[in-house]
Design a protein around this ligand. Structure first.
Ligand code: PAF
Length: 279
């Protein structure tokens, strides 16, 4: 893979890269579409990274369908699929980890210790192997994107990192490979996530700016139903991910909710784009 990339770059070609864990959905396809527009060549990686799953998490069960992914990738104009094995990525004796401090300890990092260390380690390896000029990630994993941006900046990685909008089902559910775990009943309950975000934005548009008040109202809305269990629900600054007592143009509402054993995440800015630009 690295040899191919070096040859292409030597020939002056720009490489766009979309790293994934496979089981591609429309969210991934939107990243590939943007990648296709932004590079002479488009590389897709498919690797279910064991290092970012904790003990008792869903590494073994994580959905995989390389054949279907191959067909979708071809249609999306992917030039190369890089799909290494776990043994190739972490051979015997492997001992090097990339660890971003601070913002990895909050939110998903608090609930899933070690998760982001696994993500940054594999993403930095993938960058070193694929040698992209530009890489695309979804805004659904908002904290992951912030962590990867931090890593790329701190490590002087010579590429552009682009975050793209969340892709949703028509009823509002953010697309995720983990949606495939949901029972019919949980699938209905999962609408709580996007409905909570909409309710929070509505409260802000009506003039509510106190984060504790907004979070209290959203929590009450979620807890009306017996199914969903909140892991976290926070209003944070988009870059530092620190809690914000008062909503402003940088405020993002981030939430993680369990439906049975399935943990789903979602997020949104609390002020519309136009207001944020002026803010
Ligand atoms: O978002 C994902 O699918 C993964 O966390 C990533 C970035 C491909 C690293 O394994």
């Amino acid at each position: 893979m690295q040899q191919w990339s070096r040859q292409q770059k030597a020939a002056g070609r720009r490489i766009a890269f979309v790293p994934t864990m496979g089981f591609l959905h429309r969210g991934h396809l939107s990243l590939l579409e943007e990648g296709r527009k932004n590079g002479d060549l488009l590389v897709l990686s498919i690797f279910v990274n064991p290092a970012q799953f904790g003990v008792g998490e869903d590494y073994e069960d994580y959905p995989r369908d390389l054949k279907a992914d191959g067909a979708l990738a071809e249609k999306a104009g992917v030039d190369v699929i890089f799909a290494p094995s776990a043994g190739q990525m972490y051979p015997r004796g492997y001992a090097t980890w990339v660890d971003v401090e601070g913002i990895t300890e909050l939110l998903c990092g608090a609930s899933r210790p070690g998760h982001f260390r696994g993500v940054t380690t594999v993403v930095s390896k993938l960058f070193n192997i694929v040698l992209p000029d530009i890489a695309f990630f979804g805004n659904k994993d908002f904290q992951q994107l912030a962590v990867i941006r931090r890593m790329a900046l701190d490590q002087n990685m010579p590429l552009e990192i682009v975050g793209l909008p969340i892709v949703r089902e028509t009823d509002g559910l953010a697309l995720s490979s983990r949606n495939s775990y949901l029972s019919a009943e949980q699938r209905i309950q999962a609408l709580t996530l996007s409905q909570s975000l909409a309710a929070a934005r509505q409260l802000v548009s009506e003039g509510m700016g106190d984060s504790a008040q907004i979070l209290g109202a959203v929590r009450a809305l979620i807890e009306v139903n017996p199914g969903p269990r909140i892991d976290y629900l926070q209003i944070c600054h988009q870059f530092s991910l620190q809690n914000q007592p008062q909503v402003d143009a940088d405020s993002v509402l981030l939430l993680a909710v369990y439906l049975g054993k399935t943990r789903l995440i979602d997020n949104c800015f609390l002020l519309p784009e136009a207001v944020r630009c002026e803010g």
